[in-house]
Design a protein around this ligand. Structure first.
Ligand code: FES
Length: 163
């Protein structure tokens, strides 16, 4: 994955190969139904859904770039702006709230020197909806790696691994 917004030739080749394989599973007149896995593939390759990438995906799926944006902006797992190196999604829904999520979020804000909802070069700390881990609350995800039964000590140890 390069840092540049534009595709490198290798990235474009990888995206096109992936899209071609993916679209083989869809009827030729229903290519736009592949939007979710296509955007997922784009994000895997570029780290986020770049404007050029969204246009490319939309063209391949024979739909509009507006449709690609509609889908990408609906789901929080898609990034339509370049995110920080580590995206930390902290669940603050009921079960996690009852088990100290608010305090953990504050702790993270202080430790990371940021505020929830603020995207930075290194960290993008966000509050999120239920992560389906209510029985092991509180929990968060770091770049989609799930961590549960969190304590401040556990959080501090995890943060030390983020270089
Ligand atoms: S409320 Fe946090 S995982 Fe369900």
């Amino acid at each position: 994955m390069s840092d540049a917004v534009a595709f490198t030739p290798e990235e474009l080749k990888k995206l096109d190969a992936g899209l071609s394989e993916l679209l083989g599973h869809y009827p030729v007149d229903r290519k736009r139904a592949a939007m979710l896995p296509a955007l997922r593939l784009l994000q895997e390759i570029k780290g986020w859904c770049t404007p050029e990438g969204m246009k490319h995906v939309a063209d391949k799926l024979q739909t509009t770039v507006e449709r690609a944006y509609e889908v990408a902006t609906f789901y929080v797992m898609f990034h339509t702006q370049k995110p920080g190196k580590y995206v930390i999604d902290v669940c603050t829904n009921l079960s996690c709230a009852l088990r100290g999520a608010e305090g953990m979020l504050k702790h993270l804000e202080v430790k990371l020197g940021t505020q929830a909802g603020t995207n930075g070069d290194k960290f993008f700390l966000r509050e999120t909806e239920c992560l389906a881990s209510c029985g092991t609350a509180p929990c968060f995800q770091i770049n989609e790696d799930h961590h549960e039964n969190l304590t401040k000590e556990k959080v501090d140890k995890l943060l030390e691994t983020l270089v």
